[in-house]
Design a protein. Structure first.
Length: 187
């Protein structure tokens, strides 16, 4: 058992197979493609927002308390790995969300903020802004702050502040975005 659960990739594969069995075995009568992409959207969304909240509720507030000799454990190992899943979780959440909206037939109306799709449209635009922040502000800043790319100490400090501000911006936006997503009733 320990060998199985010690292998994250194997656990994820078996979890995926179990989810597919449930979707196709006892899932909704009808559009299995829609059900599959809704599930993927929720999975990647949990990954993305879960890591956003980890960074903002745990890592950012705790790092000043970590002794200097222990900080490289986070900055060289934990943060880069978490940022990999964070940015790809963001990209795949947006991609699967757009696919869900397309398959359901409301993608354009939601993005145009048309009345029956206003709530989900606002949520989609907030998510798009957040994903943009992840890929084009937070990740480039974190690469400098963590020393993944060459930068002097002043640049690293400035980049860390920029990454924190945009990460907190995403936390702020996520609260309204989540409301929009969970309260949309399908148009």
């Amino acid at each position: 058992m320990a060998k199985f659960f010690g292998n994250l990739h194997l656990v994820l594969l078996v979890g995926l197979l179990l989810a597919i069995a449930v979707i196709y075995g006892v899932g909704p009568n009808g559009d299995f493609m829609q059900a599959t992409f809704r599930w993927l959207h929720a999975f990647f969304g949990i990954l993305w927002i879960g890591l956003l909240y980890y960074f903002n509720f745990v890592q950012i507030p705790t790092m000043p308390k970590v002794p200097a000799e222990l900080k490289p454990g986070v900055s060289k190992f934990i943060a880069p790995s978490a940022l990999f899943f964070f940015r790809w979780g963001a990209a795949l959440t947006v991609l699967t969300g757009l696919i869900v909206a397309h398959l359901a037939g409301y993608l354009v109306q939601a993005l145009m903020l048309e009345r029956p799709y206003l709530l989900i449209g606002i949520g989609m635009w907030l998510a798009l802004i957040m994903a943009f922040n992840v890929w084009f502000v937070i990740w480039p800043a974190q690469k400098k702050a963590l020393g993944i790319v060459e930068a002097d100490d002043a640049t690293k400090a400035s980049a860390a502040t920029r990454a924190m501000i945009f990460s907190r911006t995403n936390t702020l936006l996520s609260i309204a975005m989540l409301y929009c997503m969970v309260n949309f009733n399908g148009g």
